[in-house]
Design a protein around this ligand. Structure first.
Ligand SMILES: [Zn+2]
Length: 191
């Protein structure tokens, strides 16, 4: 009985020693840097580093969702004011959720394909900026579409634009970007 007690005491002592050793070892563990090392861009006249960051921007198309759903299906969806007393009863693209003239909620109307328009003006884009992920340079074109109150902006997929040039709307239905870049114009006259 006494022998057993001594053995238990010894066992406890050993256990205590092991635990103490573990704690001591833990104390020697170093805090590690787990990030990505920044790149130094310059040190003179002041130090500048490159510190990469990435974010996901959550965005809703809200009441304008039918426009973007339409692009995926190869359709240009416009809005129209249903108020008969409203001075503006033409169609709007980009669409408006509410009428800018009388604030009535708009109704949706798809434009029948093919949508043929006429270039009203154009400009060459050399630097598009974030949100317009297109190879540059490209032609940004403002296109007059019959029946519209607006002259929407988009881009010419190929060719050289000129004022009055007839163009046809096409759609990126395969691998859509789910943005307004999913419709664009192509020259129509030679077709
Ligand atoms: Zn209205």
């Amino acid at each position: 009985m006494l022998k057993k007690k001594v053995q238990t005491k010894k066992k406890l002592e050993i256990k205590k020693k092991v635990q103490t050793k573990k704690i001591q070892e833990k104390g020697k563990e170093q805090v590690k840097f787990i990030g990505q090392v920044t790149k130094i861009r310059q040190t003179e006249p002041r130090t500048v580093i490159e510190w990469p960051r990435s974010i996901t921007h959550i965005h809703t198309y809200g009441m304008l969702s039918p426009f973007f759903n339409g692009l995926r299906e190869g359709k240009l969806m416009a809005t129209r004011c249903p108020n008969r007393k409203c001075p503006e009863n033409r169609l709007w693209i980009p669409p408006r959720a509410h009428c800018p003239d009388c604030h009535t909620e708009m109704v949706w109307k798809p434009l029948p394909n093919p949508v043929i328009g006429k270039i009203y003006t154009f400009t060459q884009v050399v630097y598009a900026g974030i949100g317009v992920e297109l190879s540059t340079p490209y032609w940004q074109v403002d296109v007059e579409i019959p029946g519209l109150a607006t002259i929407p902006k988009s881009y010419l997929l190929h060719g050289e634009p000129y004022i009055g040039m007839k163009v046809k709307a096409e759609f990126r239905t395969k691998n859509p970007t789910n943005t307004v870049l999913d419709y664009y114009w192509v020259p129509y006259e030679k077709a």
